[in-house]
Design a protein around this ligand. Sequence first.
Ligand code: ADP
Ligand code: MG
Length: 670
Amino acid sequence: MSKIRVLSDQLINQIAAGEVVERPASVAKELVENAIDAGARRIIVDVEGGGRRLLRVSDDGEGMTRDDALLAFERHATSKISSADDLFAIATLGFRGEALASIASVARVELLTKTEEAQAATRILIEGGRIRDVKDAAHTKGTTISVRDLFFNVPARRKFLRSEATESFHLTNLLTHYALAHPEIAFTLTNNGRETLRVAPARDLRERAFQIFGERFIANLLEVEGGIPQVARVHGYISAPRERRTSRDAQYLFINGRYVRDALMARALSEGYRTILPQGVYPAALLFLDVPLEEVDVNVHPAKTEVRFRRAAAVADCVREAVRRSLASAGFVRSSEPNEEPATDANDRSKRSEGPVSSSVKSEEINEARPDASTRPLKLVPPPQQSRITFGPAARIEEKDDERTAMAAHARTAETGGANAAEQKAYKQRSEAGMQEARSSSSSTENLQEAAPAKMEAELPPLSSLSGIVREVPTASVATNIRPLGQLEASFIIATDDEGLLLIDQHMAHERILFEQYRTREQGRVLESQNLLLPETFDLTPAQAAAFDIISEDLEAYGFGLMRLSGRTVAVRAVPADLPAGEARSLLAELLDSIDAERRTLTRESITERIAATLASRAAVKYNTVLAPEKMRWLVDRLLLTSSPTTCPRGRPVILRLATHDIEKSFHRT
Ligand code: ADP
Ligand code: MG
């Protein structure tokens, strides 16, 4: 009995026609999906010439009988669905029954396949859609499909293929996705005979991620688990804010086990990091969304890379909230964020504090004294009275520490039980090199990859810059009293708390304070401004002028006094009170340029957030600025009132700690 049915014409029409084969990676996608649907435990992919010359996928799945193997190349021949109803509850990766037919029509294909029961394997040769040869052959249970000379008979399509490096990048990326979605399956990928990926069957996603990305990546992951019954379940891992990328390349998103490019999920993920990561910076993520089959339509795109949700908004909420909760329980945001800035003025602040030193220092005053580089004293001031600012029960801190230890222990077990470390490293290097090649040869090959400001790339410190015993501080454990002692290099506040010595980046700390102050500015309330003695005029480029029209009202709400003069000239009469007047010009240019670059994707909210972040970074106290003791006190106290005192709005750490017990250990005291 043959298991493959030819679908009715009516059903064929229900399945939107389209092009399945765009590039070698899309061929690989179809073949790997078929292997997974066939129950394979081991999938081997061999590629030559970026997949153009050869793309071979071997599996140990159920295989096909000779009759089925012949039928498999007919258009709309599938064993996976049989009626229109099935279309709305698709549990297999394939269902359209057109992949093999499409692939065989544009390449030279050899199929070798054998079922458990069959005496011999079947070999079918098919070229440009014509069957050339069918005969018995030798092959173990499973299927091997070799696709050679892709687009040999369609020169027009061949021209659209990118460089070998780009196509290889897409292939590696694809295999990485499927390997993450199926930890139980062993995957191997070779490229021109060189192994680029090899993973043994793994226990779970975490172990698989370790096999692929290595220990350091894993150590920075936070677990996500959430959702709403009947709507969606969200699970997987996201990165701590310090792990950040300028593209979405490190985001692996899946819907019902399917690798999709889903803008909704990507956006919801970014929204979860709102205020922790700025726009244009992306977290890494391995995120799985499970939606009831009838709630999602996977038959939107012939390559099945897009889906449509019945309740899109609810699904997005699930993702965003799950991400937010995960960040909160790891201490990167408060579980319940304050809706309003408690005080915009230090006078209010002094009511809370007990120490007389934190009297009235205004935000704008903190910027005044700037020594030249030659005078950078290490200034020690006597510890002021303790001010007790606590948030979050102490019990939570211990809980977190336990989790962390458990995580680290897990990572270590994975290392010894799992992959060969040298191999992992070599793979990582190779794939990174591949990515770079790919980037330089094609500017935008990835739909989801948004244009990130190039400047950002240069600003990011190397990801592994924090090592040894100086550590970042989780928000939950900065609860105790912090006592500033002095400054290092007129740039970092040296302080102590109950657990050790702290280094606080003064610029980032102030940036965080200002950012939240601006962001939580009441709707409609205009920030204080300072009038300029002489209005400054700016000549804008046409693009800047267009951006100006979009954001001028928002700018005024932030304390700018602006006037559009003739043509593309604007006059600035006033700037926000906190902003050093000399910064106004470059701040405006920076904002207008960034708004222009992303005009298509901007929402009102993202505009105000962008203004808040830019203003905060410009207005914040600079490095190489000597701070009086009461100003340090003020900075620290205000920092502790923010929702995320340990990370700046750009995701970098604000506070580092050298724990007392580590100090004692280093002095051989314990
Ligand atoms: P679809 O996957 O949408 O059903 P395809 O054209 O990809 O359509 O494959 C057609 C049929 O060929 C599948 O339904 C399946 O029965 C069979 N098939 C394809 N690849 C394999 C494989 N690797 N192992 C077993 N059967 C396969
Ligand atoms: Mg298929």
